[in-house]
Design a protein around this ligand. Structure first.
Ligand SMILES: [Zn+2]
Length: 202
Protein backbone atom coordinates (compact mmCIF):
# COMPACT_ATOMS: atom_id res chain seq x y z
CA UNK A 1 0.00 0.00 0.00
CA UNK A 2 1.33 3.48 -0.83
CA UNK A 3 1.74 6.09 1.90
CA UNK A 4 -1.23 7.97 0.41
CA UNK A 5 -3.44 4.86 0.62
CA UNK A 6 -2.27 4.19 4.17
CA UNK A 7 -3.12 7.74 5.23
CA UNK A 8 -6.55 7.69 3.60
CA UNK A 9 -7.37 4.26 5.06
CA UNK A 10 -6.34 5.44 8.53
CA UNK A 11 -8.45 8.57 8.07
CA UNK A 12 -11.52 6.56 7.09
CA UNK A 13 -11.17 4.56 10.31
CA UNK A 14 -10.74 7.80 12.31
CA UNK A 15 -13.88 9.30 10.77
CA UNK A 16 -15.86 6.22 11.80
CA UNK A 17 -15.05 6.85 15.47
CA UNK A 18 -15.10 10.65 15.26
CA UNK A 19 -18.09 10.77 17.62
CA UNK A 20 -18.95 14.24 18.95
CA UNK A 21 -15.59 15.86 18.16
CA UNK A 22 -17.25 17.91 15.42
CA UNK A 23 -18.81 19.98 18.21
CA UNK A 24 -15.51 21.02 19.80
CA UNK A 25 -14.96 24.76 20.30
CA UNK A 26 -12.23 26.58 18.35
CA UNK A 27 -10.27 27.95 21.37
CA UNK A 28 -8.17 25.28 23.13
CA UNK A 29 -10.24 23.96 26.07
CA UNK A 30 -7.25 23.69 28.42
CA UNK A 31 -5.82 27.10 27.57
CA UNK A 32 -2.23 26.19 26.79
CA UNK A 33 0.17 25.78 23.87
CA UNK A 34 3.24 23.63 23.21
CA UNK A 35 6.12 24.62 20.93
CA UNK A 36 8.09 21.49 20.10
CA UNK A 37 10.24 19.75 17.48
CA UNK A 38 8.85 18.03 14.39
CA UNK A 39 10.92 14.91 15.21
CA UNK A 40 8.86 11.84 14.28
CA UNK A 41 9.60 10.17 17.62
CA UNK A 42 7.75 12.89 19.53
CA UNK A 43 3.97 12.72 19.89
CA UNK A 44 2.87 15.71 22.00
CA UNK A 45 -0.68 14.37 22.27
CA UNK A 46 0.73 11.28 23.96
CA UNK A 47 3.65 12.69 25.95
CA UNK A 48 1.55 15.57 27.31
CA UNK A 49 -1.85 13.84 27.45
CA UNK A 50 -3.77 15.87 24.89
CA UNK A 51 -7.12 15.10 23.32
CA UNK A 52 -8.56 16.90 20.30
CA UNK A 53 -9.56 20.43 21.28
CA UNK A 54 -7.26 20.62 24.32
CA UNK A 55 -4.23 22.68 23.30
CA UNK A 56 -2.28 24.28 20.48
CA UNK A 57 0.78 22.38 19.27
CA UNK A 58 3.26 24.36 17.16
CA UNK A 59 6.00 22.32 15.58
CA UNK A 60 9.11 23.08 13.57
CA UNK A 61 12.65 21.73 13.26
CA UNK A 62 14.07 21.95 16.77
CA UNK A 63 10.95 23.45 18.38
CA UNK A 64 12.67 26.83 18.04
CA UNK A 65 11.14 30.24 18.74
CA UNK A 66 11.38 31.37 15.12
CA UNK A 67 9.47 34.41 13.88
CA UNK A 68 6.80 32.05 12.56
CA UNK A 69 6.53 30.12 15.85
CA UNK A 70 6.07 33.46 17.64
CA UNK A 71 3.41 34.43 15.10
CA UNK A 72 1.46 31.29 16.05
CA UNK A 73 1.97 31.81 19.79
CA UNK A 74 0.75 35.41 19.58
CA UNK A 75 -2.38 34.27 17.72
CA UNK A 76 -2.78 31.46 20.24
CA UNK A 77 -3.01 33.97 23.08
CA UNK A 78 -4.42 37.11 21.49
CA UNK A 79 -7.23 35.45 19.56
CA UNK A 80 -7.67 32.07 21.20
CA UNK A 81 -6.91 32.71 24.86
CA UNK A 82 -3.99 30.47 25.79
CA UNK A 83 -1.95 31.85 28.69
CA UNK A 84 0.50 29.06 29.51
CA UNK A 85 3.12 27.94 26.99
CA UNK A 86 5.67 25.12 26.89
CA UNK A 87 8.93 25.14 24.92
CA UNK A 88 9.93 21.48 24.57
CA UNK A 89 13.15 20.50 22.79
CA UNK A 90 14.51 16.94 22.98
CA UNK A 91 17.59 14.78 23.29
CA UNK A 92 19.26 13.43 20.12
CA UNK A 93 17.72 16.26 18.05
CA UNK A 94 18.83 16.41 14.43
CA UNK A 95 19.37 20.15 14.85
CA UNK A 96 22.43 19.34 17.00
CA UNK A 97 24.16 17.56 14.12
CA UNK A 98 24.83 20.48 11.78
CA UNK A 99 25.46 24.21 11.64
CA UNK A 100 24.26 26.93 9.27
CA UNK A 101 27.55 26.58 7.43
CA UNK A 102 27.12 22.81 7.00
CA UNK A 103 23.55 22.84 5.67
CA UNK A 104 24.32 25.78 3.38
CA UNK A 105 27.23 23.80 1.94
CA UNK A 106 25.13 20.64 1.53
CA UNK A 107 22.35 22.54 -0.25
CA UNK A 108 24.82 24.39 -2.46
CA UNK A 109 26.06 20.96 -3.56
CA UNK A 110 22.73 19.20 -4.27
CA UNK A 111 19.09 19.06 -3.14
CA UNK A 112 19.08 15.31 -2.53
CA UNK A 113 18.96 13.81 0.97
CA UNK A 114 22.38 13.85 2.61
CA UNK A 115 23.83 10.86 4.49
CA UNK A 116 24.31 11.04 8.26
CA UNK A 117 27.71 9.54 9.01
CA UNK A 118 30.02 9.42 12.03
CA UNK A 119 31.50 12.65 10.69
CA UNK A 120 28.09 14.31 10.43
CA UNK A 121 25.97 14.96 7.34
CA UNK A 122 27.71 14.29 4.03
CA UNK A 123 26.28 15.20 0.65
CA UNK A 124 25.86 12.19 -1.65
CA UNK A 125 23.67 13.79 -4.32
CA UNK A 126 24.44 15.00 -7.78
CA UNK A 127 23.89 18.70 -8.37
CA UNK A 128 22.90 21.25 -9.07
CA UNK A 129 22.22 22.62 -5.63
CA UNK A 130 21.28 26.17 -4.66
CA UNK A 131 22.93 29.01 -2.77
CA UNK A 132 19.51 30.08 -1.37
CA UNK A 133 20.33 28.27 1.88
CA UNK A 134 22.54 31.15 2.94
CA UNK A 135 19.50 33.44 3.35
CA UNK A 136 17.87 31.18 5.94
CA UNK A 137 18.71 31.22 9.65
CA UNK A 138 18.50 27.46 10.31
CA UNK A 139 18.30 27.91 14.12
CA UNK A 140 20.53 24.93 14.80
CA UNK A 141 21.26 23.78 18.36
CA UNK A 142 24.69 23.58 20.00
CA UNK A 143 23.43 23.05 23.56
CA UNK A 144 19.86 21.97 24.36
CA UNK A 145 19.54 23.73 27.71
CA UNK A 146 20.97 26.90 26.21
CA UNK A 147 18.64 26.76 23.19
CA UNK A 148 15.58 26.32 25.42
CA UNK A 149 16.62 29.21 27.69
CA UNK A 150 17.33 31.33 24.60
CA UNK A 151 13.90 30.58 23.11
CA UNK A 152 12.10 31.28 26.39
CA UNK A 153 14.02 34.56 26.71
CA UNK A 154 13.10 35.56 23.16
CA UNK A 155 9.42 34.70 23.68
CA UNK A 156 9.04 36.39 27.06
CA UNK A 157 10.88 39.53 25.91
CA UNK A 158 8.84 39.82 22.71
CA UNK A 159 6.82 43.07 22.52
CA UNK A 160 3.71 41.17 21.34
CA UNK A 161 3.79 38.74 24.29
CA UNK A 162 2.16 40.00 27.51
CA UNK A 163 4.23 39.71 30.69
CA UNK A 164 1.74 37.45 32.48
CA UNK A 165 2.11 34.53 30.05
CA UNK A 166 3.77 31.60 31.84
CA UNK A 167 6.45 29.87 29.72
CA UNK A 168 7.85 26.50 30.83
CA UNK A 169 11.03 24.99 29.39
CA UNK A 170 11.49 21.21 29.13
CA UNK A 171 13.66 18.64 27.40
CA UNK A 172 11.96 15.45 26.17
CA UNK A 173 14.24 12.43 26.57
CA UNK A 174 13.76 10.23 23.47
CA UNK A 175 15.02 7.16 25.34
CA UNK A 176 12.58 7.29 28.24
CA UNK A 177 9.75 9.58 27.05
CA UNK A 178 10.27 11.75 30.13
CA UNK A 179 10.04 15.53 30.26
CA UNK A 180 12.93 17.10 32.19
CA UNK A 181 12.74 20.71 33.37
CA UNK A 182 15.41 23.00 31.91
CA UNK A 183 18.08 23.85 34.51
CA UNK A 184 18.45 27.56 35.35
CA UNK A 185 22.07 27.36 34.16
CA UNK A 186 24.38 24.67 32.78
CA UNK A 187 23.47 21.76 30.48
CA UNK A 188 21.19 18.76 30.68
CA UNK A 189 22.87 15.57 31.75
CA UNK A 190 20.92 12.42 31.01
CA UNK A 191 21.84 9.22 32.86
CA UNK A 192 22.32 5.77 31.32
CA UNK A 193 18.95 4.47 32.47
CA UNK A 194 17.21 7.46 30.96
CA UNK A 195 16.76 10.98 32.13
CA UNK A 196 15.92 11.91 35.65
CA UNK A 197 15.90 15.25 37.42
CA UNK A 198 18.77 14.07 39.61
CA UNK A 199 21.22 13.89 36.74
CA UNK A 200 20.96 17.57 35.94
CA UNK A 201 23.93 19.86 36.20
CA UNK A 202 22.58 22.91 37.99
ZN1 LIG B 1 14.40 17.58 16.97
Amino acid sequence: MSVLDEVLTANAAYVKDFGTKGELALPPARGFAILTCMDARLDPAKYAGLAEGDAHVIRNAGGRASDDAIRSLVISHKLLGTNEWFVIHHSNCGMEFFTDEVIRGLLANSLETAALTEQGFVDVGTGPGSAEGKYIDWLTIADQAESIREDIARITAHPLVPADIVVHGYLYDVRSGRLIEVPASGSFEIGEEGASGEGLVA
